[in-house]
Design a protein around this ligand. Structure first.
Ligand SMILES: [Zn+2]
Length: 287
């Protein structure tokens, strides 16, 4: 059964660790993340972007697959199925489809409109027992065509959104989606500290977890980050492992072309990346 993310994140914030959100793209991805979470006794959040939802033929397909897979794999750790960077319309589609958690990314709206729409979704999520992530200040890099400048959120605006009753809050602190450029300035811990002081117990979310050095991740967790999103890193390790398999000519040996064999190294590579992240985030053994 899918759960909303509130309980796991409240525990993470209190226990000074973070729960990973791993974005999924297909059956192999989903299986790799779920199996790793179960093996390591870690709570987990499966992230689904609008693009990934479309790729998997729609949010309904995703929800049905994840729900069935949790059951058929006998997963006992808490699993949340979460819409990543949802538009207002996609939020409603995922509520309808049976997701247990959504992110409404209203960061590109004027603050008043972000507040009005977030408020409305807070009420809907409360009724449906779902968790809701809100965003203040855009996050750098590109996420499904939305480009941000890597700005830092205003702690006062963060408090305004947190007070609406959202479950968790994503705030720009100089983080970027995708691979970090050579000249990246690093996370702004001053901003993060200011946000935590304003928002208290609210679990904070760090997007763009790929390539942030381990010491910065640990410091961010110590300053109130309780959810960290990982997407690109699993894609890179999956691609590298499949490339290696093909370059070694293994798809040409025997039945090496069988997709179940061809994609197996990629699936194993995702598992290794997820394990590494769960260990770094401190969520191992917390479920
Ligand atoms: Zn993001």
């Amino acid at each position: 059964m899918l759960v909303n993310a509130k309980d796991m994140l409240t525990k993470a914030k209190a226990g000074k660790y973070a729960v990973g959100q791993f974005n999924i793209n297909n059956l192999e991805w989903t299986r790799a993340v779920l199996e790793t979470a179960e093996e390591l006794r870690s709570p987990v959040i499966l992230g689904v972007s609008a693009g990934a939802g479309k790729y998997m033929t729609g949010f309904k397909t995703v929800a049905a697959m994840v729900d069935a897979m949790v059951d058929s794999l006998g997963i006992t750790v808490p699993v949340a199925l979460h819409l990543d960077h949802g538009t207002y319309e996609d939020c409603y589609k995922c509520i309808e489809a049976g997701f247990s958690s959504i992110m409404f990314d209203g960061s590109h709206y004027p603050i008043e409109e972000n507040i009005a729409k977030t408020k409305e979704l807070v009420a809907v999520c409360a009724e449906k027992n779902m968790s809701l992530e809100a965003e203040v200040g855009s996050i750098g890099g590109e996420e499904d065509g939305v480009i941000g400048a890597g700005e830092c959120a205003d702690p006062a605006e963060c408090k305004m959104i947190a007070d609406l009753g959202v479950t968790m809050l994503a705030a720009g602190i100089g983080n970027i989606h995708g691979v970090y450029p050579e000249n990246w300035a690093g996370l702004s811990f001053e901003t993060l500290d200011g946000i935590q002081q304003q928002t208290g117990d609210m679990p904070l979310v760090l997007h763009g977890g790929t390539g942030i050095p381990a010491d910065m991740i640990k410091k961010a967790i110590s300053l109130g980050v309780s959810k960290i999103n990982v997407n690109t890193e699993c894609q890179l390790s999956f691609a590298a492992a499949v490339r290696e398999y093909i370059e070694a000519g293994k798809d040409l040996q025997g039945k090496g072309f069988d997709p179940r064999k061809l994609l197996a190294p990629g699936t194993a590579a995702i598992k290794a990346t997820v394990k590494e992240k769960m260990e770094l985030f401190g969520s191992v053994g917390k479920a």
